[in-house]
Design a protein around this ligand. Sequence first.
Ligand SMILES: [Zn+2]
Length: 94
Amino acid sequence: MPDDEKDLTCPHCDGRLSKWKTPLASTWGTEYQYVCFNDECPYYVRGWKWMREKYNVRASYRFRYDPTTGEKGPLPVWSPDAMKDKTIEGDEEE
Ligand SMILES: [Zn+2]
């Protein structure tokens, strides 16, 4: 992958972003994106409380970065393990 994508970190927790395969059914037109799967990430931790208070639902979101458009935004999750199986193996260690 290009050099500028190698060391992508989450602006909320400084954790390394995981390469994440975009689900086919999604409206994102990109093949993959980068997502922070750190369970300690403040963005994600705060999300649980926020979603419960605003919408009374048990859900949160993780930090998401789209390398194609440069867009940053939330990736909704409904459990700590949600979406984790979509990360692309092999990019973690280099
Ligand atoms: Zn994070």
